[in-house]
Ligand binder design. Structure first.
Ligand code: NI
Ligand code: MN
Length: 237
């Protein structure tokens, strides 16, 4: 069943996703593919990476971006400060943008949107401020739209993002403590009104207590059937 109109979405655990466009372009988002829940062969599962999107500066999101960008000669996209930071780590092709802006990668459009979180990296004990945290709306060549929310809490702009971009699929954090918990996530879904929902940012380590079961329980009838719970390594399309 082609719910996603030719777009393939693979979860590697945590916030790490691979999106494949109908024409075969490969986009990684928050590529911490060595997270404790990721499949052991996550790196071997990749034979091509065109674009790497990074939502913010925390280690569980920058993840393996630098080594993957070098291995696949991929372009890293992030807010201006993150793009500069990744250049300083030796990534050859980076693209800095900012909230509200769009980047056209061939016939795929990347839109940067707000997230409510923090975004400071640490080198030893020294904080490195990396701009604001963000989310991304990716509009594929066939019009299918995926909204990766990054790490975020509830904020009023979620309804504006839902209204303006009309995402078909959202990738939403539900793990609690550092992001939306199940209750907040269920409310966020009602603000955004997506067609499909994939939960993320849970179970990776013990403090993340939010579960898909709790999230499903809290979502009303209207949205329950739209949730796709993936196992790390699984693909939905
Ligand atoms: Ni974070
Ligand atoms: Mn995180």
């Amino acid at each position: 069943m082609a719910r996603f109109n030719g777009v393939k979405v693979t979860w590697y655990g945590h916030s790490a996703f691979k999106l494949e466009s109908p024409h075969g372009k490969v986009i990684l988002i928050d590529p911490w593919i060595s997270n404790p829940e990721a499949p052991k062969n996550a790196r071997e599962m990749l034979d091509r990476v065109d674009l790497i999107l990074v939502t913010h500066g925390h280690g569980d999101h920058i993840g393996d971006a630098v080594s993957l960008a070098k291995e696949f000669d991929a372009t890293c996209v992030g807010i201006y400060e993150i793009a500069n930071y990744l250049s300083s780590k030796g990534v050859k092709n980076t693209l800095g943008m900012n909230i509200g802006g769009n980047y056209n990668f061939g016939d795929i459009k990347i839109s940067m949107v707000e997230a409510s979180h923090s975004s400071t990296a640490y080198e030893g004990n020294t904080p490195v401020p990396l701009g604001n945290p963000v989310g991304f709306v990716i509009t594929f060549e066939n019009g299918f739209k995926v909204y990766h929310m990054g790490d975020t809490g509830l904020f009023g702009g979620l309804s504006v993002i839902g209204e303006f971009y009309r995402p078909d699929l959202i990738l939403i954090p539900i793990g609690d403590l550092f992001t939306l918990g199940p209750e907040e996530a269920a409310y966020a879904v009602k603000l955004i009104r997506p067609e499909y929902i994939i939960p993320m940012h849970y179970k990776t380590f013990p403090p993340l207590t939010g579960t898909p079961e709790k999230f499903l329980e809290l979502l009303g009838k209207e949205y329950k059937d739209k949730v796709i719970v993936l196992k790390p390594g699984e693909t939905a399309e």
